[in-house]
Unconditional design. Structure first.
Length: 55
């Protein structure tokens, strides 16, 4: 494996990871659009976030 092969592999991995990040962000934004409409959707939110809404 010479230097150009390593450069190709590194470039390919960077492009593949960038494409994966864009696809994941697109899917998450599409899924978030059908939520309850308050604009606070995310996997990090739990039932403890409902306490602030009741005040």
């Amino acid at each position: 494996m010479n230097q150009s092969d390593v450069l190709f592999l590194v470039t390919f991995l960077i492009l593949l990871s960038t494409l994966t990040v864009f696809i994941v962000q697109f899917v998450r934004s599409r899924r978030r659009g059908g939520g309850d409409g308050d604009g606070r959707a995310g996997w990090w939110e739990g039932p403890w976030d409902d306490d602030d809404r009741k005040r």
